[in-house]
Design a protein around this ligand. Structure first.
Ligand SMILES: *[C@@H]1O[C@H](CO)[C@@H](O)[C@H](O)[C@H]1NC(C)=O
Ligand SMILES: *[C@@H]1O[C@H](CO)[C@@H](O)[C@H](O)[C@H]1NC(C)=O
Length: 285
Protein backbone atom coordinates (compact mmCIF):
# COMPACT_ATOMS: atom_id res chain seq x y z
CA UNK A 1 0.00 0.00 0.00
CA UNK A 2 2.75 2.40 0.95
CA UNK A 3 4.16 2.11 -2.53
CA UNK A 4 1.05 3.81 -3.81
CA UNK A 5 1.64 6.99 -1.90
CA UNK A 6 4.25 8.25 -4.35
CA UNK A 7 2.17 8.06 -7.54
CA UNK A 8 -0.81 9.29 -5.59
CA UNK A 9 1.27 12.23 -4.52
CA UNK A 10 2.25 12.99 -8.11
CA UNK A 11 -1.29 12.69 -9.34
CA UNK A 12 -2.71 14.93 -6.66
CA UNK A 13 0.09 17.42 -7.25
CA UNK A 14 -0.85 17.48 -10.93
CA UNK A 15 -4.52 17.97 -10.05
CA UNK A 16 -3.69 20.81 -7.69
CA UNK A 17 -1.49 22.45 -10.32
CA UNK A 18 -4.11 22.06 -13.02
CA UNK A 19 -6.96 23.36 -10.91
CA UNK A 20 -5.02 26.31 -9.58
CA UNK A 21 -3.93 27.11 -13.11
CA UNK A 22 -7.26 26.71 -14.87
CA UNK A 23 -9.05 28.92 -12.36
CA UNK A 24 -8.11 32.44 -13.34
CA UNK A 25 -9.50 33.83 -10.08
CA UNK A 26 -6.02 33.98 -8.52
CA UNK A 27 -4.39 35.51 -11.58
CA UNK A 28 -2.48 38.67 -10.74
CA UNK A 29 -3.76 41.81 -12.45
CA UNK A 30 -1.82 44.57 -10.71
CA UNK A 31 -0.33 45.48 -7.38
CA UNK A 32 1.35 48.44 -5.73
CA UNK A 33 2.88 49.50 -2.43
CA UNK A 34 3.59 52.79 -0.67
CA UNK A 35 7.16 54.07 -0.49
CA UNK A 36 6.88 54.54 3.27
CA UNK A 37 7.81 51.54 5.30
CA UNK A 38 7.25 50.49 8.90
CA UNK A 39 9.71 49.15 11.43
CA UNK A 40 9.81 45.40 11.94
CA UNK A 41 8.24 44.28 15.24
CA UNK A 42 6.53 47.66 15.60
CA UNK A 43 2.93 48.13 16.80
CA UNK A 44 2.14 48.97 13.17
CA UNK A 45 3.29 45.57 12.06
CA UNK A 46 1.15 43.79 14.61
CA UNK A 47 -1.85 45.96 13.67
CA UNK A 48 -1.25 45.15 10.02
CA UNK A 49 -1.17 41.46 10.83
CA UNK A 50 -4.46 41.66 12.68
CA UNK A 51 -5.98 43.63 9.83
CA UNK A 52 -4.92 41.08 7.23
CA UNK A 53 -6.19 38.26 9.41
CA UNK A 54 -9.54 40.04 9.76
CA UNK A 55 -9.79 40.43 5.99
CA UNK A 56 -9.07 36.77 5.35
CA UNK A 57 -11.52 35.65 8.05
CA UNK A 58 -14.27 37.95 6.86
CA UNK A 59 -13.96 36.67 3.29
CA UNK A 60 -15.17 33.28 4.49
CA UNK A 61 -18.68 34.74 4.82
CA UNK A 62 -18.90 38.06 2.98
CA UNK A 63 -17.89 39.34 -0.46
CA UNK A 64 -16.95 42.79 0.84
CA UNK A 65 -15.81 44.21 4.14
CA UNK A 66 -13.74 47.01 5.61
CA UNK A 67 -11.78 47.22 8.83
CA UNK A 68 -10.11 49.94 10.83
CA UNK A 69 -7.54 48.81 13.38
CA UNK A 70 -7.02 51.45 16.05
CA UNK A 71 -3.48 51.76 17.26
CA UNK A 72 -2.26 53.02 20.60
CA UNK A 73 -1.05 56.11 18.76
CA UNK A 74 -2.70 57.80 15.76
CA UNK A 75 0.28 56.78 13.60
CA UNK A 76 -0.52 53.13 14.13
CA UNK A 77 -4.09 53.28 12.79
CA UNK A 78 -4.54 51.10 9.76
CA UNK A 79 -7.41 50.81 7.29
CA UNK A 80 -8.17 47.97 4.95
CA UNK A 81 -10.81 46.42 2.76
CA UNK A 82 -11.37 43.67 0.26
CA UNK A 83 -13.90 43.20 -2.51
CA UNK A 84 -14.60 39.96 -4.32
CA UNK A 85 -15.95 39.89 -7.85
CA UNK A 86 -19.71 39.70 -7.62
CA UNK A 87 -20.06 36.30 -9.27
CA UNK A 88 -17.69 34.43 -6.97
CA UNK A 89 -18.96 31.81 -4.58
CA UNK A 90 -18.04 32.30 -0.92
CA UNK A 91 -15.31 29.60 -1.03
CA UNK A 92 -13.78 31.14 -4.17
CA UNK A 93 -13.91 34.61 -2.62
CA UNK A 94 -12.23 33.35 0.49
CA UNK A 95 -9.50 31.57 -1.51
CA UNK A 96 -8.94 34.69 -3.58
CA UNK A 97 -8.60 37.04 -0.60
CA UNK A 98 -6.22 34.64 1.12
CA UNK A 99 -4.16 34.50 -2.05
CA UNK A 100 -4.15 38.32 -2.36
CA UNK A 101 -2.98 38.73 1.20
CA UNK A 102 -0.19 36.26 0.66
CA UNK A 103 0.83 38.00 -2.59
CA UNK A 104 0.74 41.37 -0.78
CA UNK A 105 3.09 39.97 1.82
CA UNK A 106 5.66 39.21 -0.87
CA UNK A 107 5.04 42.29 -3.00
CA UNK A 108 4.74 44.91 -0.24
CA UNK A 109 6.83 43.53 2.57
CA UNK A 110 7.36 46.36 5.13
CA UNK A 111 5.30 48.87 3.13
CA UNK A 112 2.85 51.00 5.13
CA UNK A 113 0.26 50.56 2.41
CA UNK A 114 -0.39 48.15 -0.40
CA UNK A 115 -3.02 47.02 -2.87
CA UNK A 116 -3.39 44.02 -5.10
CA UNK A 117 -5.97 43.20 -7.73
CA UNK A 118 -6.38 39.60 -8.80
CA UNK A 119 -8.92 38.48 -11.39
CA UNK A 120 -11.34 37.55 -8.63
CA UNK A 121 -10.77 40.08 -5.88
CA UNK A 122 -9.17 43.29 -4.67
CA UNK A 123 -7.40 43.93 -1.36
CA UNK A 124 -6.03 47.22 -0.08
CA UNK A 125 -4.63 48.55 3.19
CA UNK A 126 -3.04 51.85 4.17
CA UNK A 127 -2.45 54.10 7.16
CA UNK A 128 -4.29 56.99 5.52
CA UNK A 129 -7.98 56.48 5.18
CA UNK A 130 -9.35 55.66 1.77
CA UNK A 131 -12.54 53.96 2.99
CA UNK A 132 -15.57 55.47 1.34
CA UNK A 133 -13.42 57.75 -0.80
CA UNK A 134 -14.10 57.67 -4.50
CA UNK A 135 -10.97 57.29 -6.63
CA UNK A 136 -11.21 57.50 -10.39
CA UNK A 137 -7.50 57.67 -11.15
CA UNK A 138 -6.38 55.13 -13.75
CA UNK A 139 -4.43 52.32 -12.11
CA UNK A 140 -4.19 49.95 -15.05
CA UNK A 141 -5.23 50.26 -18.64
CA UNK A 142 -4.89 47.46 -21.12
CA UNK A 143 -6.13 47.56 -24.68
CA UNK A 144 -6.07 44.63 -27.07
CA UNK A 145 -4.88 44.87 -30.67
CA UNK A 146 -7.02 46.90 -33.06
CA UNK A 147 -7.59 44.39 -35.82
CA UNK A 148 -8.97 46.75 -38.41
CA UNK A 149 -11.93 48.93 -37.78
CA UNK A 150 -15.12 46.93 -37.40
CA UNK A 151 -17.84 49.51 -36.98
CA UNK A 152 -20.54 46.99 -36.25
CA UNK A 153 -18.70 45.20 -33.45
CA UNK A 154 -17.69 48.51 -31.92
CA UNK A 155 -21.32 49.62 -32.06
CA UNK A 156 -22.23 46.46 -30.13
CA UNK A 157 -19.39 47.20 -27.71
CA UNK A 158 -20.85 50.64 -27.05
CA UNK A 159 -24.30 49.13 -26.52
CA UNK A 160 -22.87 46.64 -24.03
CA UNK A 161 -21.04 49.45 -22.22
CA UNK A 162 -24.25 51.51 -22.07
CA UNK A 163 -26.10 48.58 -20.55
CA UNK A 164 -23.32 48.11 -17.97
CA UNK A 165 -23.78 51.73 -17.05
CA UNK A 166 -27.55 51.51 -16.75
CA UNK A 167 -27.45 48.29 -14.73
CA UNK A 168 -27.43 48.77 -10.98
CA UNK A 169 -25.32 47.28 -8.23
CA UNK A 170 -21.63 46.88 -7.56
CA UNK A 171 -21.16 44.04 -10.03
CA UNK A 172 -22.54 44.19 -13.52
CA UNK A 173 -22.31 41.94 -16.55
CA UNK A 174 -23.68 42.46 -19.99
CA UNK A 175 -23.31 40.84 -23.35
CA UNK A 176 -24.62 41.12 -26.89
CA UNK A 177 -23.60 39.23 -29.99
CA UNK A 178 -19.81 38.96 -29.95
CA UNK A 179 -19.18 41.27 -27.02
CA UNK A 180 -19.00 40.57 -23.29
CA UNK A 181 -18.72 43.29 -20.69
CA UNK A 182 -18.14 43.27 -16.95
CA UNK A 183 -17.90 46.01 -14.34
CA UNK A 184 -17.28 46.04 -10.60
CA UNK A 185 -17.17 48.73 -7.91
CA UNK A 186 -15.55 48.37 -4.51
CA UNK A 187 -18.24 48.02 -1.83
CA UNK A 188 -17.34 51.18 0.08
CA UNK A 189 -18.74 53.40 -2.67
CA UNK A 190 -22.29 54.66 -2.53
CA UNK A 191 -24.57 53.81 -5.46
CA UNK A 192 -24.02 57.27 -6.85
CA UNK A 193 -20.23 57.11 -6.50
CA UNK A 194 -20.16 53.68 -8.13
CA UNK A 195 -22.17 55.07 -11.03
CA UNK A 196 -19.80 57.99 -11.35
CA UNK A 197 -16.70 55.79 -11.20
CA UNK A 198 -18.03 53.36 -13.81
CA UNK A 199 -19.06 56.14 -16.11
CA UNK A 200 -15.48 57.43 -16.00
CA UNK A 201 -14.06 53.94 -16.59
CA UNK A 202 -16.35 53.33 -19.57
CA UNK A 203 -15.68 56.74 -21.05
CA UNK A 204 -11.95 56.06 -20.89
CA UNK A 205 -12.34 52.54 -22.18
CA UNK A 206 -14.04 53.86 -25.28
CA UNK A 207 -11.71 56.79 -25.81
CA UNK A 208 -8.41 55.07 -24.94
CA UNK A 209 -8.99 51.59 -26.34
CA UNK A 210 -10.75 52.83 -29.48
CA UNK A 211 -11.50 49.82 -31.65
CA UNK A 212 -9.38 47.32 -29.73
CA UNK A 213 -10.74 43.75 -29.58
CA UNK A 214 -10.65 43.93 -25.77
CA UNK A 215 -10.10 46.55 -23.13
CA UNK A 216 -9.52 46.59 -19.38
CA UNK A 217 -9.84 49.84 -17.43
CA UNK A 218 -9.02 49.63 -13.74
CA UNK A 219 -9.58 52.83 -11.75
CA UNK A 220 -8.89 53.28 -8.04
CA UNK A 221 -12.33 52.07 -6.90
CA UNK A 222 -13.93 50.40 -9.92
CA UNK A 223 -13.22 48.73 -13.21
CA UNK A 224 -14.89 48.04 -16.52
CA UNK A 225 -13.75 45.51 -19.11
CA UNK A 226 -14.94 44.17 -22.41
CA UNK A 227 -13.85 41.41 -24.74
CA UNK A 228 -15.03 40.30 -28.14
CA UNK A 229 -15.50 36.67 -29.09
CA UNK A 230 -12.28 35.17 -30.34
CA UNK A 231 -10.24 37.73 -28.47
CA UNK A 232 -8.66 36.46 -25.28
CA UNK A 233 -11.03 36.84 -22.37
CA UNK A 234 -8.09 36.59 -20.04
CA UNK A 235 -6.08 39.24 -21.81
CA UNK A 236 -3.00 38.57 -19.73
CA UNK A 237 -2.59 35.02 -20.97
CA UNK A 238 -2.35 35.75 -24.67
CA UNK A 239 -1.04 39.25 -24.53
CA UNK A 240 2.25 38.07 -23.24
CA UNK A 241 4.29 35.56 -25.20
CA UNK A 242 6.35 34.54 -22.21
CA UNK A 243 3.25 33.39 -20.38
CA UNK A 244 2.26 31.39 -23.48
CA UNK A 245 5.65 29.74 -23.28
CA UNK A 246 5.11 29.18 -19.58
CA UNK A 247 1.78 27.54 -20.33
CA UNK A 248 3.41 25.17 -22.80
CA UNK A 249 6.16 24.33 -20.35
CA UNK A 250 3.48 23.80 -17.73
CA UNK A 251 1.57 21.39 -20.00
CA UNK A 252 4.77 19.47 -20.67
CA UNK A 253 5.57 19.22 -16.97
CA UNK A 254 2.05 17.95 -16.24
CA UNK A 255 2.38 15.42 -19.04
CA UNK A 256 5.70 14.24 -17.65
CA UNK A 257 4.33 14.02 -14.12
CA UNK A 258 1.34 12.01 -15.30
CA UNK A 259 3.66 9.76 -17.30
CA UNK A 260 5.95 9.22 -14.34
CA UNK A 261 2.98 8.50 -12.10
CA UNK A 262 1.58 5.92 -14.52
CA UNK A 263 4.99 4.31 -14.88
CA UNK A 264 5.34 4.06 -11.11
CA UNK A 265 1.88 2.54 -10.78
CA UNK A 266 2.71 0.04 -13.51
CA UNK A 267 6.06 -0.86 -11.96
CA UNK A 268 4.43 -1.19 -8.56
CA UNK A 269 1.91 -3.65 -9.90
CA UNK A 270 4.65 -5.53 -11.69
CA UNK A 271 6.77 -5.73 -8.55
CA UNK A 272 3.89 -6.85 -6.38
CA UNK A 273 3.12 -9.56 -8.89
CA UNK A 274 6.71 -10.77 -9.08
CA UNK A 275 7.58 -10.60 -5.39
CA UNK A 276 4.40 -11.56 -3.67
CA UNK A 277 2.01 -13.18 -6.12
CA UNK A 278 -0.28 -14.12 -3.22
CA UNK A 279 -0.78 -10.48 -2.25
CA UNK A 280 -4.40 -10.06 -3.20
CA UNK A 281 -4.87 -6.84 -1.22
CA UNK A 282 -4.01 -4.98 -4.43
CA UNK A 283 -7.37 -5.89 -5.84
CA UNK A 284 -9.14 -4.12 -3.05
CA UNK A 285 -7.65 -0.75 -4.05
C1 LIG B 1 1.87 56.47 7.66
O1 LIG B 1 3.07 55.86 8.06
C2 LIG B 1 4.22 56.58 7.71
C3 LIG B 1 5.46 55.78 8.10
O2 LIG B 1 5.34 55.24 9.37
C4 LIG B 1 4.21 57.95 8.38
O3 LIG B 1 5.33 58.69 7.96
C5 LIG B 1 2.94 58.68 8.00
O4 LIG B 1 2.86 59.88 8.70
C6 LIG B 1 1.73 57.83 8.33
N1 LIG B 1 0.54 58.48 7.89
C7 LIG B 1 -0.46 58.69 8.74
C8 LIG B 1 -1.66 59.38 8.15
O5 LIG B 1 -0.43 58.34 9.90
C1 LIG C 1 -17.21 49.66 7.05
O1 LIG C 1 -17.71 48.58 7.81
C2 LIG C 1 -18.70 48.96 8.75
C3 LIG C 1 -19.02 47.75 9.58
O2 LIG C 1 -19.12 46.60 8.80
C4 LIG C 1 -19.90 49.53 8.03
O3 LIG C 1 -20.89 49.90 8.93
C5 LIG C 1 -19.45 50.73 7.21
O4 LIG C 1 -20.53 51.21 6.45
C6 LIG C 1 -18.31 50.34 6.30
N1 LIG C 1 -17.79 51.55 5.70
C7 LIG C 1 -17.57 51.61 4.39
C8 LIG C 1 -17.02 52.90 3.91
O5 LIG C 1 -17.81 50.70 3.63
Amino acid sequence: MALFSLPTFFLSLAVVLISSHSSSIDTFVYGGCTQQTYEPNSPYESNLNSLLTSLVNSATFSSYNNFTIMGSTPQDVIYGLYQCRGDLSVPDCSTCVASSVSQLGTLCSRACGGAVQLQGCYVKYDNTTFLGVEDTSVVLKKCGPSVGYDGETMGVRDTVMASLLSGGGLYRVSGAEEVQGVAQCVGDLSGEECQDCLSEAIKRLKSDCGVAVYGDMYLGKCYARYSTKGSPSNSQAQNDNSSNGAQKAFAIVIGLLAGVALLIIFLTFLRRFCEEPEANNLVAI
